[in-house]
Design a protein around this ligand. Structure first.
Ligand SMILES: Cc1cc2nc3c(=O)[nH]c(=O)nc-3n(C[C@H](O)[C@H](O)[C@H](O)COP(=O)(O)OP(=O)(O)OC[C@H]3O[C@@H](n4cnc5c(N)ncnc54)[C@H](O)[C@@H]3O)c2cc1C
Length: 377
């Protein structure tokens, strides 16, 4: 059986932050193994830009140099963790022994249509983005379910780049970003957005899909507000669920029904399981669940430090997002129950891409730092 001092499951933002930390500590190559079920290691926050041709695959893939000092197993899915024996088992039955484990398995989209019908898409991985990319240019009607950050990014791009298409966004809340922001902020963002929306793009608030039928290769959608229409593709971006260990040690998507919070981490980013740390979208902290890039980077870094016995506490766990939509960059931040919002004009800001590109190497970010940067420009 292969044996490693440190095994990381996952290849997203949290894992990359941990790898960055391992690199800084000059850990021996034979001591670290990163296992990812995906074929490529890339930053998923640019997937919408990728679909619309604004960035290329080579721009979103993490640089090879990051992985020179560790072992990487791609297209390998871990299905079981046995904390007592300190082993993880992949889908082919291969076992790997660890001394300390980092679970950085992220989250999976909530799919309310199971199994996914033809022409219904989710957007979480590069593979999902490829599928959307190969369909979206050939259709005249697109439906987006969910008007959160990703739904808004999609709407913005379709509105500005594909003016021949009709777009409907379905949102169960009364305004945009309703699951992450207080309504007054969502409303003020929507007020700005309205000025940019073409007559082909609509948002249906306070509604969800109640039924979908496939008729002649199109989808016939009925909403809870009784409206009905045909669409050619539906993109589900209405929410995610953390991927973590279930009680029997298998790795699965945590159902909302599972309220045991076994994916809770402490201030050292350690889980309730012996020698197992966790980070990013897979975890909760103090019962809060704020899945975002910066929390993934912060928790991944802190977890790695503690795995390396450099005792460090998680100082900040926030809902923070840099949203570049409709020619405006919004910096949104929620700390526990307090919100702050900064809205900055385009001339004064860096784009989301240039911002994160700059900080990708640094892998660190905090709000005052961004504000300073934005205001300097
Ligand atoms: C389109 C899009 C745009 C986004 N934009 C922003 C943004 O602008 N700002 C922001 O803050 N956040 C954004 N996010 C969210 C951000 O990408 C996540 O918060 C961040 O990627 C979380 O990192 P992570 O490492 O926890 O998980 P992930 O990045 O999801 O990585 C987890 C990895 O683990 C792998 N994995 C899961 N289970 C297993 C297993 N059993 N075995 C092996 N591998 C496994 C997954 O395939 C995946 O590669 C966006 C997300 C998407 C999808």
């Amino acid at each position: 059986m292969e044996s490693y001092k440190y095994i990381i499951i996952g290849g997203g933002a949290g894992s990359i932050a941990a790898v960055n930390e391992f690199n800084k500590h000059n850990v021996k190559k034979e001591d670290v193994l990163l296992i990812s079920e995906e074929a490529v290691l890339y930053n998923r926050i640019y997937l919408v830009d990728y679909i619309f041709g604004e960035v290329t695959q080579s721009q979103i893939v993490y640089p090879k140099e990051l992985f020179l000092k560790i072992n990487v197993a791609l297209q390998t899915r871990i299905v079981t963790v046995q904390p007592q024996k300190r082993i993880v088992i992949d889908s082919s039955g291969k076992k790997y022994k660890y001394h300390k484990l980092l679970i950085a398995t992220g989250a999976k989209p909530v799919m309310f249509v199971k199994p996914l019908m033809n022409n219904i898409f989710v957007l979480r991985t590069l593979d999902d983005a490829e599928k959307i990319k190969s369909r979206i240019y050939s259709v005249k009607h697109v439906t987006i379910v969910g008007c959160g950050a990703i739904g808004l990014e999609l709407l913005d791009k379709l509105n500005s780049k594909c003016q021949d298409k009709e777009v409907v966004v379905i949102e169960k809340g009364s305004t945009v970003l309703s699951s992450s922001l207080e309504p007054e902020f969502g409303k003020s963002i929507f007020y700005n957005i309205k000025n940019f929306l073409s007559k082909n793009c609509k948002i249906e608030f306070n509604s969800t899909i109640s039924n979908i039928k496939e008729i002649n290769n199109k989808l016939f959608v009925t909403l809870t507000n009784r409206k009905k229409f045909f669409t050619e593709m539906i993109i589900l971006v209405s929410g995610i669920k953390p991927v973590f260990l279930s009680h029997n040690g298998s790795i699965s998507t945590l159902d909302t029904a599972e309220t045991t919070f076994n994916n809770e981490i402490d201030k050292y980013c350690k889980t309730m399981f012996e020698r197992i740390y966790a980070c990013g979208d897979a975890v909760r902290f103090k019962k809060f669940y704020y899945p975002n890039y910066l929390n993934a980077v912060n928790t991944g870094t802190i977890a790695a430090k503690n795995m390396l016995e450099e005792k460090t506490e998680l100082k900040e766990y926030t809902h923070t997002n840099v949203l570049e939509i409709f020619q405006t960059v919004y910096v949104l931040k929620k700390y526990e129950d307090n919100y702050t919002k900064q809205q900055l004009t385009p001339k004064k800001v860096l784009s989301k891409y240039s911002f994160y590109k700059k900080y990708q190497n640094l892998l660190y970010y905090n709000l005052p730092q961004i504000q300073k940067l934005f205001l300097q420009k």
